[in-house]
Design a protein. Sequence first.
Length: 129
Amino acid sequence: MRATKQNVGCSAPPHSRRITAEKRHLQRVKKSDRTSSVIAPRNNTEKRTHKKRKKSDRVNGMLRRQRTFLLEKLVGLNDREAALAAGYALSVAENTKYKIWAQPGVAAEFERLKNAAQNELCGKNACTN
């Protein structure tokens, strides 16, 4: 039996080959080209609330997790337990020296909080150092 042009190459009929070629083309086309060109206008208040939320995450220049870590350290937990309690990942908790303490201002804030806690306790108990 002689091979004809229809039998050579792919076993699928020519119609299904065209469909798969169109699918491959659609996969390569950017998503923005496939969606409609009409995009709903973005509400400006959404942007403002997002920025406000990000700013409120920082207190005295520190992130919420960093501050929680320091407060847990003041309570008496070790570095690893304090990091886990603050919500850090295990990989960060095991390397607190490089991941948390190396961040600017963390050690200084810890000393400030520690001194403030000592002064508060000494004021109530009239302790002398």
